[in-house]
Design a protein around this ligand. Structure first.
Ligand code: PAF
Length: 283
């Protein structure tokens, strides 16, 4: 594995591999790797000749008062894990080169962001789309791998790729969980002991909600949302940010539970905001 820190070197590396006819898989991350990221690498290995992983904590996607400073970072550990799991290029760009000056042109995502994290973190997906667009331009991958924990991110990036005619295949990868069901996240380290203990209730509850829908005990989105909110409220000390049932992947509102559905949840704890979701096809 090699480490690359400059945009020019990264771009040259890609050009040389492409000339030789190889295809490149890209795993974008903000570091502090966990098994969710490792599963993206594994998937990339099945589908690419070379794997580039970026580690860059993107300030543009954090709002005021959010956890940019607090976001966990450990480059040495990330690099060792990436190497151990078969990454070919560890791309670790400098912030001064990624954002040499305030952006004079940036992306504004205006579809599918009035719900879920887009609604509670205004501007977040503008920052995500802008940095992913930059990374795509620099790395020019053939395929890019994104975890389904951020299902809205997958949907936003897929639309950006379509809108801007990128020749990049977006590959969603299923959520990886701890043994007790909590979705793996870099932010889990910022939970207190008691928060960590109760956090698996989030997945337990959305799994039950899905079953209620599947068994036709509930047939409307509003009813399922309400049930989920009530269940979470009594079990969690964290503050519920949202519970939403939507059509997936277009993230539009639904009344009746039918077709491809996502039930997504966000919960605020003291130093961490957790998100999780479950998708299914309702017959
Ligand atoms: O999912 C993430 O870790 C980030 O949003 C991404 C895609 C690396 C962009 O900064």
């Amino acid at each position: 594995m090699i480490e690359i820190n400059t945009l020019q070197e990264m771009n040259q590396w890609t050009q040389s591999k492409k000339k030789e006819g190889y295809n490149i898989g890209f795993v974008p991350t903000m570091g502090f790797l966990h098994e969710g990221h490792l599963s993206l690498i594994k998937r990339a290995q099945q589908k690419s000749d070379y794997i580039v992983m970026s580690v860059f904590v993107n300030p543009l996607q954090f709002g005021e008062g959010e956890d940019f400073q607090d976001y966990p970072r450990d480059k040495k550990r990330d690099k060792a894990l990436a190497e151990k799991h078969g990454v070919d290029v560890f791309f670790y760009p400098r912030i001064e080169e990624m954002y040499p000056r305030p952006m004079s042109v940036s992306l504004n995502v205006h579809h599918g962001v009035d719900v879920l994290c887009g609604a509670s973190r205004p501007g977040h997906f503008d920052g995500v789309a802008t940095v992913v667009m930059k990374l795509f331009q620099i790395i020019q991958p053939d395929k890019a791998f994104f975890g389904m924990k951020d299902a809205q991110q997958v949907s936003v990036i897929q639309r950006m790729v379509n809108d801007f005619h990128f020749n990049i295949e977006i590959i969603p990868v299923e959520i990886i969980r701890e043994n007790d069901g909590l979705a793996k996240s870099s932010r889990n380290v910022n939970l207190t002991i008691s928060e960590r203990k109760e956090a698996p209730k989030i997945y337990e509850t959305i799994k039950k909600a899905k079953q209620l829908a599947k068994d036709k005990q509930m047939t409307s989105a509003a009813e399922l949302e309400l049930w989920t909110i009530e269940q979470l409220k009594v079990q969690l000390s964290g503050r519920i940010d949202y519970v939403q049932v939507l059509r997936f992947p277009d993230l539009t509102a639904i009344d009746k539970l039918e077709g491809k559905i996502i039930l997504a949840v966000a919960v605020h704890y003291e130093r961490a905001r957790l998100i999780d979701n479950i998708t299914w096809k309702q017959n």
